[in-house]
Write a protein that binds this ligand. Structure first.
Ligand code: MTE
Length: 297
């Protein structure tokens, strides 16, 4: 990729804007992104990117707060130093990875539509790598049928985990069927808008599954387990009639309390129709060929 000195200068300016705290905590990720060691997405579908301010301020991260403003405020000094991700379960042998190890995977920019179950949507230029590369490295056994993800549990870092009555049961967990996890659209993201992820967006490492509702895209991952049976996930346990295991974006299956037919893109006034599998039908419909999508919602 050809980089002009001006582009490089602009990147440095962006880097400086991140502030000292963020610089220290994610200097490693910064240096990799700063060096532009990721391939850019040519955006063939010409998706209009959501304004960066909106995508980094209108967030859902219950561990900090259910209030979107407060979540951003509390996430400001989120410290990701010495972050480790453990891989265990049905594997040849358990593995521990540092962010340094993680950043050795080939990083790419991926411009994806993102649809929250709450009916807002956005288009984000993520930076990450295909989860399948990590799975291949981990060498799961033939018994591994599902991949389960867990967010950090740390009452000092996450105010809602420390509350007398936490909003949901922590740690937050999510899971994918192995073929979903191996799908080339499924990525682990370390950045967005050409910069490292901010605390509120799931630093230092989060999942992004663009054809599923946003709650599947679990943030600040510390544990990845390979398991034989379908795991119960946080939202499924919270309200099984409202949040299914699959959570595929589907305009024809309503949430029990609201329709999923339309969505409002952040920054836009009018709503627009929601697309089947969030616009990734061609790529992923075959994964669910023989399934009743109303039952397996
Ligand atoms: N991961 C954790 N650990 N905790 C959360 O509260 N919220 C989910 C998902 N991942 C959540 C999470 C929901 S409901 C959505 S819509 C997306 O994160 C929002 O991602 P964003 O805030 O980066 O837009």
């Amino acid at each position: 990729m050809f980089i002009t000195p001006e582009e490089l200068y602009k990147k440095r300016r962006q880097f400086l804007k991140l502030g000292v705290g963020a610089m220290l905590s994610s200097s490693l990720i910064n240096s990799k992104l700063l060096a532009l060691e990721f391939s850019s997405d040519k955006n063939p579908q010409k998706l209009t990117l959501t304004d960066e301010e909106l995508a980094t301020n209108y967030v859902n991260f219950y561990e900090f707060s259910t209030n979107k403003k407060k979540a951003v405020e509390y996430a400001k000094n989120f410290d990701v130093k010495n972050w480790e991700i453990s891989l265990s379960g049905e594997l040849e042998k358990p593995i521990k990875l540092t962010m340094e190890d993680i950043l050795k995977f080939p990083l790419e920019e991926r411009i994806y539509r993102f649809r929250c179950v709450e009916t807002w949507s956005m288009v984000v230029p993520w930076i990450g790598f295909e989860l399948r590369h990590l799975i291949e490295k981990a060498k799961p056994t033939s018994k591994a049928k599902y991949v389960k993800f867990t967010t950090l549990f740390d009452k000092e870092k996450f105010p809602d985990q420390n509350a007398l009555f936490p909003t949901i049961k922590y740690p937050y967990t999510e899971a994918l069927r192995m073929d979903e996890a191996m799908h080339p659209l499924t990525i682990l993201a370390v950045g967005m808008y050409k910069k490292p992820l901010l605390g509120q967006n799931g630093a230092p490492l989060r999942l992004v599954v663009p054809w599923k509702y946003g709650f599947k895209s679990i943030k600040s991952i510390v544990k990845i387990e390979f398991v034989e049976n379908e795991p119960k996930t946080t939202w499924q346990e919270y309200a099984p009639n409202e949040y299914g295991f699959y959570a595929n974006v589907n305009p024809n299956v309503s949430h029990p309390r609201w329709s999923q037919a339309n969505e409002r893109a952040l920054g836009e006034f009018f709503t627009k129709p929601t697309l089947m599998f969030n616009g990734y039908e061609k790529e992923v419909a075959s994964l669910y060929a023989n399934m009743d999508l109303k039952k397996n919602f």
